[in-house]
Design a protein around this ligand. Structure first.
Ligand SMILES: [Zn+2]
Length: 153
């Protein structure tokens, strides 16, 4: 098996979950104060870093699930930064007390990053990478059309 085959198999393993009522409440959140689940994630961000997650609300549900999965492994884990870059989720975090990242910790992050790569950052529906004038973003067909972005690849 080539690395590319292994990667593809790995991607196929990751379920893109259907949206629950709780997911939709996050995606459609329209208040100035962030929802409790997002505030709890921001509270893990260490001093010296912006106290904010730099991703669209379509990815909030998968971010919350990632946080729950990591918290089961390490209740006091720390976040450095959560952002979108080149259309993908970048989630930088570290175990508490300077411990090394376990395979399970890394796998949780990798799974969420893969899920994000297949999830519209605006609405949480299935999406793919699109570009518009060199700006790349993961969107569903509807939201890509809304900003004039075309599929990549
Ligand atoms: Zn969308």
């Amino acid at each position: 098996m080539t690395d590319e085959d292994a990667r593809r198999e790995r991607v196929d393993d990751v379920e893109v979950a259907g949206l629950t009522a709780d997911d939709l409440a996050l995606i459609n959140w329209d208040q100035d104060e962030r929802p409790a689940q997002i505030r709890a994630i921001v509270a893990r961000i260490g001093p010296g870093w912006r106290q904010k997650v730099f991703i669209g609300q379509g990815w909030w549900p998968l971010l919350v699930r990632l946080d729950q999965r990591l918290a089961r492994l390490d209740p006091d884990y720390d976040i450095v930064q959560v952002k979108e870059k080149f259309g993908g989720l970048r989630f930088y975090a570290a175990p508490s007390n300077g411990a090394a990242r376990s395979p399970a910790f890394n796998a949780a992050i990798r799974d969420a990053e893969i899920e994000a790569s297949r999830t519209c950052e605006t609405c949480g529906q299935p999406g793919r990478l699109h570009s518009r004038k060199g700006w790349v973003v993961t969107l569903c067909a509807e939201h890509a059309a809304a900003v004039g972005a075309k599929p990549v690849g």
